[in-house]
Design a protein around this ligand. Structure first.
Ligand code: SAH
Length: 412
């Protein structure tokens, strides 16, 4: 068994059960890529079993803090089973579910999403790469499903020295007399349907983490009868469909009709799918406008044109992947939030998000507050939002709180 010996004092984060061991914490030892190593303090006490990552700054990731635990197929079967059964505790209102969320589920570098009967997995660490076949079999056994697609093309894989890998891992070939499994899928979310392509979409195909916030947005649009909606960074239009659903519900309840949603994204294929989602859900396409454009430039143009919106969504991509990028990212977040707050009508509602690991909830709050000050806009913070329950945060891994949002209402 290979060993990693830490420098004096570097055992502290492990004693708090945080699963990362940085290169700078290691005095000596190592192993092959993904190999299980015994991690010891500087005076030789057992700390954890971890997967070694020779190329990464995060040089090892913990599988277990229990010395008696063997890291074998049984371990991965149990870890997958625990994560999957935890999802059964929540009524997620969707058949698109994140089954395994990396470190938060004790499986660093493993993401598994379920879309109906299809599983999509991302293996982003040397450890999960090494155990890929065992994990794939465990996933099928624990879900009873047959089709598992791999989307290990996230850029973080390069930091582990791993090549991208995509394609069917299990159940990809057509059985006799049957078609090959589809890459194009439809999921139900709340009262609407959304499609995705597991080979081509972002991440594993879809942003499941915003599921609850899309529903909250629909609720606000309905309850406050918000009629002019702007969805920035709309991707495949999840929030746009939610807005149209909210408007339809308001109209049915006797509210004023005739609302419209403007959606902006810089990805043509995402916009095409967003447009199709309007029709798929039975909404009038004349009430949904799609712009293939840069959000920042569009917000500036809207201001020049004197436009106003009753509800705005800002769900940008990760501006700060790590804390090192936080300062530049903070300026970018502040800029779009200032513009959005200026564009909001009095009584209007802003749903604003950051999915940057490097920006804490506290910092994000400060950024939006400072955007309000610059915009000369006062607002109520109606709610704080986060990722859906199937993207769990844990006590021991604060980095799990990557997605944070605020619902701000502009004072009248
Ligand atoms: N809200 C979406 C997810 C947004 S993901 C949902 O609920 O599904 C972020 C999106 O921002 C991506 O679709 C990406 O294409 C888009 N994007 C990135 N930079 C952009 C820019 N400068 N202007 C417009 N869109 C941008």
């Amino acid at each position: 068994m290979k060993t990693l010996r830490l420098r004096p004092g570097k055992e502290r984060s492990l004693l708090r059960r945080h699963p990362w061991i940085f290169e700078s914490a290691i005095a000596k030892g190592g192993g092959d890529s993904g190999e299980t190593v015994r991690v010891e303090s500087s005076d030789g006490k057992f700390l954890a079993w971890a997967a070694f990552s020779p190329a990464s700054r995060i040089r090892a990731r913990v599988w277990s803090f229990d010395e008696a635990q063997r890291i074998d197929a049984t371990f991965f079967i149990a870890a997958c089973a625990n994560a999957i059964s935890a999802r059964g505790l929540f009524d997620l209102k969707s058949d698109g579910v994140r089954l395994i969320h990396g470190e938060s589920d004790g499986l660093p570098g493993l993401i598994v999403d379920r879309y109906g009967d299809t599983l999509v997995a991302q293996f982003t660490s040397a450890g999960t790469e090494r155990w890929k076949d065992v994990i794939a079999d465990a996933l099928l056994a624990e879900t009873g499903l047959a089709h598992l697609y791999e989307r290990s093309d996230a850029s973080v894989r390069a930091l582990e020295g791993l090549e991208p890998a995509t394609g069917w891992l299990r159940g990809g070939t057509a059985a006799a007399g049957q078609d090959a499994p589809p890459l194009e899928l439809t999921i139900r979310e709340h009262q609407w349907q959304l499609t995705l392509n597991i080979a081509e979409g972002h991440k594993t195909g879809f942003y499941l983490d915003q599921r609850d916030s899309r529903k909250r947005f629909a609720d606000y649009v309905q309850r406050l009868n918000l009629r002019r909606v702007l969805n920035c960074f709309c991707y495949t239009g999840g929030f746009s469909v939610a807005a149209l659903a909210g408007m339809a519900a308001a109209e049915q309840a006797g509210g004023q009709g005739g609302g419209e949603v403007v959606s902006i994204d810089s990805s043509g294929p995402a916009l095409e799918r967003a447009r199709a989602h309007v029709l798929l859900n039975g909404f009038d396409p004349a009430r949904a406008q799609f712009m293939d454009a840069d959000v920042n430039a569009s917000l500036r143009q809207f201001l020049k044109d004197g436009q106003r919106f009753d509800a705005i969504v800002l769900d940008p991509p990760k501006f700060a992947p790590t804390a090192a990028h936080a300062e530049r990212a903070a300026r970018a977040y502040k800029d779009i939030n200032r513009l959005a707050l200026q564009l909001l009508s009095p009584g209007g509602v802003l749903f604003t998000f950051s999915c940057s690991g490097g920006i804490s909830a506290d910092l994000f709050h400060k950024i939006v507050a400072s955007a309000g000050a610059d915009a000369g806009v006062d607002g109520y913070i109606l709610e704080r939002l986060g990722g859906a329950q199937d993207h769990p945060m844990t006590l021991e891994f604060p980095e799990g709180e990557y997605l944070k949002g605020l619902v701000v209402m502009r004072k009248g």
